[in-house]
Design a protein around this ligand. Structure first.
Ligand SMILES: *Cc1c(COP(=O)(O)O)cnc(C)c1O
Length: 452
């Protein structure tokens, strides 16, 4: 009953979007007359609001959460277990374990696949800080392999070139919601006998050849943090088909208490080193409320992204994303493009971003290079690292040289991001974004002059 109502609600809302689509698709989109950019006193290209995030509909979303609150069962129990079963089913994995967040899902996966002190784990530099931090937390050293600017993903050839006798694992990241080249990466992993933990923390439901990302490697990790496409405040999950591995993860996240194939021993039932990383019942209930809209939202983002991409492709100096040929679904945690300052009369990206914001189009410059930030040296100077590695292995100068990623440096200077909630609008909203950028492009020299 509850489910039906909210689904109808969503369809109604979508029908209106659909009606808008019908109208605009009758009239092919044309850049509008040459009005002044908002930053120079002209009208905003987008005067309205964007979809709020997270979306919360009291009438449909609160009942399940209230049930949990009134039950007094707040710590891990049935609702969490039900959510795990549902998530495993959605992703097409045998097992799912939820945890407190995506960061710890990565950490626990690596740890329970045997990664630790003395090991190297290869990852892309174009990612969220959680990735290298999860590797460092195991005692292993993160090794950065450069990216492909067209797809924003780790370049498998660069990855293979980074393999040494110490390499034990690969942490590929499906960044921005686009699948990375998992087919090539799995071939490399098999050839060199490496563990693979997929970071799908931005790629819920993304697919390669109709197979969900997170199911290619030894483990797949997800995040349900507030900004993510399926938000529950904080939350994360590991999926895998490997029962013994999943039992170890379960035990680890629950104080090392025996679980499944991790059997109690004659000496007692706390058989593993572990800690406590359990999701709560009300978080899982919030997750269920979001799941009702999740697939329709994912499809809507994909449609709007395709339309927006088609509009931006016509603007000189805006370089749109590419996806690998075998990708059957991208899920757009972010909508990225690259900004070519030269084609905008030398207007710096920071000034382009300000001009775009003035048009009513929120945007950001995205990631900074994670392969050269102070946290690495801090970890290398820690007591544990000093005991596990030689001074030469912890030479930060040498580390920086070996981990330079020039293409990533360029990408971090060129990228512009729009956030996923903006893709929940209608076709006119997408046209407003394109129009805003058109205006800035046409008047780039004036904006530059005003700022000088
Ligand atoms: C959000 C995110 C994480 C970490 O997830 P949290 O739930 O915030 O801990 C890891 N990797 C990527 C790529 C992410 O975007």
């Amino acid at each position: 009953m509850l489910k039906n109502y909210s689904r109808r609600d969503f369809i109604l809302q979508n029908l209106m979007v659909g009606a808008g689509m019908g109208l605009t698709s009758m009239v092919p989109y044309r850049p509008r007359k040459d009005d002044l950019p908002a930053i120079l006193g002209g009208p905003k290209a987008h005067a309205g609001d964007w979809s709020r995030w997270p979306i919360w509909k009291p009438e449909t979303d609160e009942a399940r959460v209230l049930d949990v609150l009134r039950s007094g069962k707040w710590s891990r129990a049935n609702v969490v277990a039900d959510f795990e079963a549902r998530w495993a089913e959605l992703i097409g994995s045998k097992r799912c374990l939820t945890l407190v967040n995506g960061t710890n899902s990565l950490f626990v996966s690596l740890l329970q696949l045997g990664i630790g002190g003395g090991d190297e784990v290869i990852l892309p530099p174009y990612t969220f800080i959680a990735c290298p931090q999860a590797i460092l937390a195991t005692g292993a050293i993160p090794v950065f392999a450069d990216i492909d600017k067209a797809t924003y993903q780790i370049d498998p050839k660069k990855l293979e070139a980074k393999i040494t006798p110490r390499t034990k694992a690969i942490l590929p990241v499906h960044i921005l919601g686009f699948p990375c080249d998992m087919v090539s990466i799995m071939k490399i992993a098999k050839k060199h006998n490496l563990v693979v933990v997929e970071d799908a923390c931005q790629a819920w439901l993304a697919e390669i050849d109709h197979k969900k990302v997170g199911t290619f490697g030894d483990a797949g990790c997800f995040s349900f943090q507030n900004s993510k496409n399926i938000p529950m405040g904080e939350g994360g999950a590991i999926v895998s088909d490997n029962d013994e591995f999943m039992d170890r993860c379960y035990s680890y996240h629950n104080y090392g208490l025996a679980h499944g194939s991790v059997k109690p021993e004659p000496g007692g039932s706390f058989v593993m080193a572990g800690t406590k990383l359990r999701l709560t019942e009300y978080q899982a209930a919030i997750g269920f409320s979001q799941l009702v809209r999740f697939q329709d939202q994912t499809d809507l983002r994909e449609r709007n992204a395709a339309y927006l991409k088609s509009l931006l492709e016509n603007i000189p100096g805006i370089i749109t994303y590419s996806v690998y040929e075998n990708v059957t679904k991208s899920v757009f945690h972010l909508f990225p493009f690259r900004y070519d300052q030269e084609q905008f009369k030398g207007l710096p990206r920071s000034e382009f971003l300000n001009a775009l914001r003035a048009e009513g189009v929120p945007c950001s410059s995205g990631y900074v290079p994670l392969n050269k930030m102070p946290y690495l040296e801090h970890a290398f100077k820690s007591k544990n690292f000093q005991k596990m590695y030689t001074a030469e292995e912890l030479d930060i100068q040498k580390y920086n040289e070996n981990n330079s990623c020039p293409l990533n440096d360029e990408l971090c200077e060129e990228a512009v991001w729009l956030s996923q909630n903006m893709l929940l609008g209608n076709r006119t909203d997408m046209e407003n974004i394109a129009h805003a950028i058109q205006k800035i492009h046409k008047n780039a020299d004036k904006i530059k002059k005003q700022n000088a």
